[in-house]
Design a protein around this ligand. Sequence first.
Ligand code: PLP
Length: 305
Amino acid sequence: MGDTGGMSPVLALVTRPALSRPATGHAASHDDGVELVDPAAAHLLVTDLGVQRGDGIFETIGVSNGSPLSLDEHLARFAHSAALLDLPDPDLEVWRRAILTAIGAHESAQELSAKIVLTRGVPGRGEASGWVWVEPAGDFTAARTDGIRVVTLDRGYRHDAAEPAPWLLLGAKTLSYAVNQAALREAERRGADDVIFVSSDGYVLEGPTSTVIVRHGQSVSTTPTTAGILAGTTQARAFDFFSSRGFACEFALMPLERLRQADAAWLVSSVRQAAPVRALDGAPLAVDTALTADLVAALLTPPQR
Ligand code: PLP
């Protein structure tokens, strides 16, 4: 678990973030597109569209004992998000190098988080802004072991809104997370720790920063991405774990009632990994402590290459 005490974060500017762009003013001709800089200094103009409009994308990558988890999957989702927002194609080799450089420059810790951001940049400059921020992961022991209290909240659109309204950018991991943050504050007001969004027509979607996995007997299910949710990298690895334990794994649209009848549920995400749901809208839900501990351990194990 990341001991946050005293460790400095690491910031790497990505000076060649996109495939089509030549080196920016930051970069020397022979540079590799990555520059480690002072994390406490200013590096962004207030006119950057990422700041002004939330016009950009990000990924948050879990790092276990120095290895980034699901790195290829995060990079692929980053490129997919960029395409959905008509951002320039990120140069994934530069981003990979930046992530590994920043992790390598950080003091070692059991768990870190690496956040990568690409914004549309400053209007008129024609240059995207990009950076990697690495810091110790928080302490999620209580959430992982005791579980979390979750409330369901109406997301305000139908489960099939993505097709008629692609400008909602459903399925892209955009910087515009004010809605997600508002939902988490609403959960706190209701005495809960987290949220499961439900579509206006009554289907389980995802958490504001997580994917929902539900167990009924020997089956586990999660919502398909056709419902306008993010393709979860942690969910994919969790399904590998559940398959190895003999569970049937499926993608299925789930009416809220089906979630209420679950034997167990987890919110899974890149840095917290898996948090069992111990209460849903105030009703208790069983936590399988041993299975959850094994799930978290599996999620934190970097794949052998
Ligand atoms: N859904 C949303 C809206 C998220 O923001 C996140 C992660 O932050 C997830 C799902 C989980 O994705 P991952 O497991 O790749 O972290």
